[in-house]
Ligand binder design. Sequence first.
Ligand code: URA
Length: 489
Amino acid sequence: MRRLVVPDTGTAEAWRALARSCLKEGLAPSEIIWDGEHSERSLFDGEPPKRSSPVNNTVPRSFVALAETVCWHRDADRFARLYHFLWRLKDAPHLMGDRADPDLAQLRGMEKAVRRCQHKMKAFVRFRELGDPQGERRRFAAWFEPTHHTLEPTASFFANRFGDMDWRIVTPEKTALFEGGKLSFGPGAPKPEFPEDASEALWLTYFRNIFNPARLKVKAMTSEMPRKYWKNLPEAVTIPDLIDTAHARARAMAEAQPTLPPLRAEKARNQLAAHRSAWEGPGDELAEAIRACTACPLHRTATQAVAGVGPADAALMIVGEQPGDQEDLAGLPFVGPAGQLFATVAKSVGLDRDKAFVTNAVKHFKFTPRGKRRLHQRPDSREIAHCQGWLHAEMQRVKPKLVLALGGTAAQSLTGDGSRMLERRGTVELLDDGTPVLLTVHPSFLLRIRDQDEKRAEMAKFEADLRIAVEMLGVLEQGKAASTHGENR
Ligand code: URA
């Protein structure tokens, strides 16, 4: 039985050298005790020690990389596990690609844990300045408690990043010292008392300011920043308060709407504007002009173009994506399942659909034939751009007080940005002429949800969005009544 001691500095390299010579000698895993790892014996109980003939085979590079990381794991059996797998590899080099192999799976899990620990270390080491900030080389120190032995393999990251300073990172087991551009390692120590650091107040202010209460997801946050690290993070003292007040702050942000669309949306809108074919003919001929449109190939397969319908002075304009199968045949928007669902929800919240002008961002039905069925296809940005002139002309004609955009295609055509609808839904964005656009999802999104609980939840959100439309219309109409009243006096 051979007892091998792997040092705790230079560990990965030392293990590699030892493992290579054991392999060369033909020492089976059961003939080696890796330093202090008595538990490993249980792995091989009953296996008679055997000396095989010396082997001289090459080791896959992917194993070398794996071993280099796993060596820093806290598991006392890590060296034995690695050598056991290395021993198996010499007869079956394909094992490195065998995802079902339990030994490999275990090593991969350990590798992942070490990498995660390294990532946390890079993210959560907080330096305190020691000594004179005006000194020739500034000096810093940090205390960290890694889950695995990751100080050494991660230290080069800090050396690259803070190469022009002197620093040390103290952990319970080891200290990394970087002085005059040279990295070395010494014994660990208990948590030192650090002096106050003036830049810490600045960091706390910065952290408070970048914290977005509307994006708060406590579960995701605590998984990314586990609580065990909090005690060494200066900003952690602010987290409970930021969480407690997030709801109120997010509400205040929402109430401060409407907001202007982001700059990139503006850019996209300007590009789309180039496609505008503003209709300058009489308003009552607009629908006819739309039906005659052949600007894009969609007109070849669709039955007809479907223009908007509703009062020409409607306060509300509802914009969908494109006609569906039934709308294409009927020549009217929102008469199929999505339209019916919309009508039901609208009625339940007191939104009178008949008083609205109902239309679509794209006027022709886009589909792929599948047997006797015509399967809906989402219009692409060129098709949206071609039809944007028609939507614009409809808006010019109706001059709605409020536009309700149903889904990403409508949002793209109107605001230049069709993304992140689940985040933007229920919010209002302003068009160039000041017309407010209330964004929500498309009713066909609700029709596609299979899970009943999820469907109920989404329906409730959709209802809430339509309620906002009702409330906004009330306010906008009041404004109109008030100004009319004023004019009459
Ligand atoms: N979906 C839409 O977006 N518009 C319609 O007219 C029908 C279904």
